[in-house]
Design a protein around this ligand. Structure first.
Ligand SMILES: Nc1ncnc2c1ncn2[C@@H]1O[C@H](COP(=O)(O)OP(=O)(O)OP(=O)(O)O)[C@@H](O)[C@H]1O
Ligand SMILES: [Mg+2]
Length: 279
C-alpha cells in the first residue's frame, strides 16, 4: 500500500479577525512525491503550510503525519517538527542568528545532538545549497537568493522527512531558480517528500509530479501537470497562466493543426509540430 506521508482531513481555519482562510481542505501527500500547491495571492497557501507542522492549530479538522494526528502538546509537536521542516516565504521570518553558521546550527542543536554531529550537519547542508564559505557572514547582509539557500540549509540540517517550501524560487534569478530546483531534486532523490507553493508555472512544470489548486481557501482541483495545465478555465479562475508550450499548442490547434494540447515539455511540443509538418 502507498504510504501517505502527510494528510489533512476537513481542515478549516479562521483567523481571529474572522477571515476564513481555509475551508474543509482534504489533501494527501504520498511518500517521495513532489507536490506543488498553486493559487492566487490570498488563497491560503501560507496558512495551509503553517498547519503542516503544527505551527497553527486548526479551527476544525486536523492534520496527520505518517497516519498520526498532530496533537498540540509540547513533546508531540517537537517530534512533528523534526519530521516536517518548513522553509518560510520570507527568509526574514526564518533567519535570526548573527551568523550563517549559528543560524544553521540552531535546529540541530535543539535536537540535542553532539557538537561533532552539529558541525558535520552545518558543513553538509551549507555545501548542499552552495553556501559553504559564508559561515561567518551575517544573514541580513546576504542577497535574497543567498538568504533563501541558507534558510533551506537550516531545515536540511534537521534531516526532515518532509520538506515544505513556501515560494522557494520567488525573487530568484533564472540560475537561482535552477539551483534551488537542483537542491530540491537532490533531497527528493534521498527519499524526502517535497511540497512547494508557487505562482511560477514554468518552474512547477519542470518540478512537480502533482498539483493542488487552492482558491479562496478551498482545493478546487488536483491532478498531474497534464490535467491541470490543459484546463484553461481552471487556470483562469485561479489567476494562473498555462505554460508557454501549452499556449503554443492551443494556438496551433485553433489554426487547424492536429496537435495534442496535453504535451508539456519543449521536446514534446516540437515533436507535435514536426509530426504535423510531415503529414
Ligand atoms: N494574521 C492574519 N490575520 C488575519 N487574516 C490573515 C492573516 N494572515 C493571512 N490572512 C488572510 O488569510 C487569507 C490567506 O492568506 P495566506 O497568506 O495564507 O495566502 P497565500 O495563498 O499564502 O497568499 P500569497 O500568494 O500572497 O502568499 C488572506 O485572505 C489573508 O488576508
Ligand atoms: Mg503566502
Amino acid at each position: 500500500m502507498e504510504h501517505i506521508h502527510l494528510e489533512t482531513k476537513n481542515l478549516s481555519f479562521t483567523y481571529p479577525d474572522g477571515t476564513q482562510a481555509l475551508k474543509n481542505v482534504n489533501l494527501q501527500i504520498r511518500k517521495g512525491e513532489k507536490i506543488a500547491i498553486m493559487g492566487p495571492n490570498g488563497a491560503g497557501k501560507s496558512t495551509l503550510f503553517s498547519h503542516f507542522n503544527g505551527l497553527t492549530e486548526p479551527t476544525s479538522g486536523h492534520v496527520e503525519v505518517d497516519g498520526e494526528k498532530i496533537v498540540f502538546e509540547r513533546d508531540q509537536l517537537l517530534k512533528v517538527r523534526q519530521k516536517v521542516g518548513i522553509v518560510f516565504q520570507d527568509p526574514n521570518d526564518q533567519l535570526f542568528a548573527p551568523t550563517v553558521k549559528e543560524d544553521v546550527a540552531f535546529g540541530p542543536m535543539n535536537l540535542g545532538l553532539e557538537y561533532e554531529e552539529v558541525e558535520r550537519r552545518i558543513k553538509e547542508s551549507l555545501e548542499m545549497v552552495g553556501m559553504a564559505g559564508f559561515e561567518e557572514k551575517t544573514p541580513h547582509h546576504l542577497s535574497g537568493g543567498q538568504q533563501k539557500r541558507v534558510a533551506i540549509a537550516g531545515i536540511v540540517a534537521m534531516r526532515p522527512e518532509i520538506m515544505i517550501l513556501d515560494e522557494p524560487t520567488a525573487g530568484l534569478d533564472p540560475e537561482g531558480v535552477d539551483k534551488v530546483l537542483h537542491i530540491l531534486n537532490k533531497l527528493n532523490d534521498e527519499g524526502i517528500s517535497i511540497v512547494i507553493s508557487s505562482h511560477d508555472i514554468e518552474m512547477v512544470n519542470e518540478f512537480a509530479d502533482k498539483i493542488f489548486v487552492l482558491y479562496n481557501g478551498e482545493i478546487i482541483a488536483q491532478g498531474n501537470k497534464q490535467q491541470i495545465f490543459s484546463d484553461r478555465e481552471l487556470l483562469k479562475k485561479a489567476h494562473l497562466k498555462a505554460p508557454v508550450t501549452t499556449e503554443i499548442l492551443y494556438k496551433l490547434k485553433e489554426n487547424g493543426m492536429d496537435v495534442d494540447t496535453e504535451k508539456l515539455s519543449i521536446e514534446e511540443t516540437v515533436a507535435e509540430i514536426l509530426k504535423n509538418k510531415k503529414d
